[in-house]
Design a protein around this ligand. Structure first.
Ligand SMILES: NC(=O)c1ccc[n+]([C@@H]2O[C@H](COP(=O)([O-])OP(=O)(O)OC[C@H]3O[C@@H](n4cnc5c(N)ncnc54)[C@H](OP(=O)(O)O)[C@@H]3O)[C@@H](O)[C@H]2O)c1
Length: 309
């Protein structure tokens, strides 16, 4: 999602075992083939030794030349080798096949469990969206259509948004834009983001989300215990803003209609808070405005507006 971890390509242990077993199998077959060739040459040699060179010409058992017995014994050994490769150790053995089957079943079960978890997560998102829509149910349908829950954020190229409960940069034009867009509106934030402000911002209704029962705030600031309650508290506003931080962005992305993002063109490796990845199959870029790096701005950045497709 955020700072991407470098993945070291690794061969799966099971794949490795499979490769080793396959190599062993190739060797077994190669030895059998060699045995066959040596047997053929050997048999011809034994026949020639007896018939042409006259070796053991007079040696017979039950009136049959000795080399016939020698060839038959060798043939028996070759057949034993053949049976060993193709019947006794058919493919990689029954134990190996059982092991592979068990591993496959275990993998499938793991995948099913994973899919179940994803399904539950998705269900939770849908329930949250329904709760939000119900919250909006108290206002007229005209208003509902116009209400735009907007996320406003500044994020680095790696989605970094903060470190040690503070911003990582100071971009005055971005702050100006934040002030002008949110002016007069409800701004919804997590408790940590609220605590990162020296004092509440003027001309905005602050809604602070916390799980604490008796969280104390200055007059005029609204405290709620869930995102749904925050949206409820802002329902009269046609454009409430989600202003962060990381936890609240993550929970509200599925509910938002619009994202106003300032993409700061730098990567902040030491950040500790991140914005979730924007999925462009869900979000469409509708506006973009580039701002060069200059004396007042340490980084170049782009104001980008995304709207839900
Ligand atoms: N770049 C930007 O645009 C931007 C904007 C805003 C903030 N930030 C940065 O983001 C960082 C702060 O973000 P963060 O993720 O650490 O904290 P956060 O989202 O601001 O606040 C987290 C707190 O919100 C409360 N909370 C979260 N989900 C809740 C829920 N479902 N129900 C009730 N309460 C809930 C909890 O408060 P309790 O612990 O009190 O229960 C939680 O500890 C800072 O570094 C800040 O500077 C950056």
């Amino acid at each position: 999602m955020f700072g991407k971890k470098k993945v070291n390509p690794q061969i799966d242990q099971e794949q490795l075992a499979l490769i080793k077993a396959a190599e062993k199998r190739i060797k077994q077959k190669r030895y059998l083939y060699l045995h066959f060739v040596v047997f053929l040459i050997g048999a011809v040699f034994l026949i020639l030794a007896n018939t042409v060179l006259g070796i053991g010409k007079d040696t017979t058992f039950f009136n049959i030349d000795w080399f016939v017995y020698a060839i038959l014994i060798w043939l028996f050994l070759f057949l034993y080798h053949f049976i060993n490769v193709f019947i006794t150790h058919n493919f990689m053995g029954k134990d190996w096949e059982d092991q592979q089957r068990e591993a496959l079943v275990a993998k499938q079960q793991e995948r099913i469990e994973q899919l179940k978890q994803e399904y539950l997560k998705e269900e939770k998102h849908i329930a949250k969206t329904q709760a939000y829509n119900e919250t909006l149910g108290n206002i007229s349908s005209d208003q509902k259509k116009k209400t735009k829950l907007t996320i406003i954020v500044a994020a680095g190229e790696n989605n970094a948004i903060g470190k040690d409960n503070d911003l990582i940069w100071h971009l005055s034009d971005d702050l100006k834009r934040f002030k002008s867009l949110t002016n007069g509106h409800h701004i919804i934030m997590g408790r940590k983001t609220f605590e990162s402000f020296p004092k509440p911002l003027p001309n905005r209704t602050h809604i602070v989300i916390t799980r604490q029962e008796a969280y104390s705030v200055p007059d005029g600031v609204i405290v709620v215990n869930s995102l749904e309650d925050a949206l409820d508290a802002a329902k009269k506003d046609m454009q409430p803003f989600i202003i962060g931080g990381g936890e609240i962005y993550k929970q509200s992305l599925a509910l938002a209609d619009k994202i106003e993002i300032t993409r700061v063109h730098a990567t902040f490796q030491d950040a500790d808070t991140f914005f979730p990845e924007i999925n462009t199959s869900i979000w469409k870029e509708t506006h973009s405005e580039f701002h060069e790096k200059d004396n007042k701005h340490q980084y170049a950045f782009t104001f980008i507006t995304y709207e839900r497709r």
